[in-house]
Write a new protein. Structure first.
Length: 239
């Protein structure tokens, strides 16, 4: 298999560390909770259900209803393009670390409730560090759906990116070159590498977990020929 040199290995580990570094922690101190009535929460749950999204409850939701609906709409669109065949679940939580905008496990997306309080503050926090494909709050939801796809269809980001580049440029990209391409044309975060449990790094394409999410996010706001070709190939996985 492919073996990285020490320089490339250090670079990838630095990217992973940078993404988790406390200097990129988010400041939510200026966000203020908003009152949301039980009736409004029930209406939002119904709104999501009409788009194929199950919300178990909104006890922790204290944000802008329109921002949440925008995220629900984005999930509705992307899940229609890439249906997983299982019910998509969406939750709002205030238990996530302040550095996290959201997390996804299987078909369950959990959004940090603080990001829904103030769009300007949220997008300023996303922009800080310059490592993401999009600074749009809407694309936090789109990004998370990329993890849902990977969970249901397999994390094949490297494979599809390589095919897309071959189709566009007529040649095979070596893995290091492909990662450089993704960093430059999608985002730094797209090439974040997940180490194994011991903290050591070894080459495993499935440990590049942010390619699907970041390509989807970029395509939603800043589509180009690469993201379009990548998603065309991704759709082939859905038959």
């Amino acid at each position: 298999g492919w073996k990285k040199g020490k320089e490339a290995e250090r670079a990838l580990l630095n990217i992973a560390q940078m993404a988790k570094n406390s200097e990129f922690d988010n400041d939510w101190s200026q966000t203020m909770p908003k009152p949301v009535s039980m009736g409004d929460k029930a209406a939002i749950i119904e709104y999501a259900a009409s788009r194929g999204i199950k919300i178990p409850g909104l006890r922790n939701f204290d944000g802008d209803q329109e921002l949440l609906k925008t995220g629900i709409d984005a999930l509705g669109r992307v899940s229609k393009d890439f249906p997983i065949g299982n019910r998509l679940i969406l939750s709002i939580s205030h238990s996530l670390p302040s550095a996290d905008f959201a997390e996804t496990i299987g078909n369950h997306i959990t959004i940090n409730g603080k990001i829904l309080r103030n769009k300007m503050i949220t997008e300023a926090n996303i922009k800080e560090g310059g490592i993401f494909a999009s600074t749009s709050l809407e694309d936090v939801f789109v990004h998370e759906y990329g993890h849902v796809i990977a969970s249901n269809k397999g994390n094949r980001g490297i494979e599809i990116a390589r095919k897309a580049c071959y189709n566009l440029y007529g040649r095979d990209f070596e893995t290091e070159e492909l990662l450089d391409f993704l960093r430059e044309n999608v985002s730094v975060y797209s090439t974040t590498y997940s180490a194994n449990k011991s903290g050591k790094m070894f080459y495993d394409p499935k440990r590049f977990k942010e390619i699907f999410p970041e390509v989807l996010a970029k395509n939603n706001s800043w589509p180009d020929e690469f993201t379009s070709e990548f998603l065309r190939l991704l759709k082939e996985m859905f038959g």
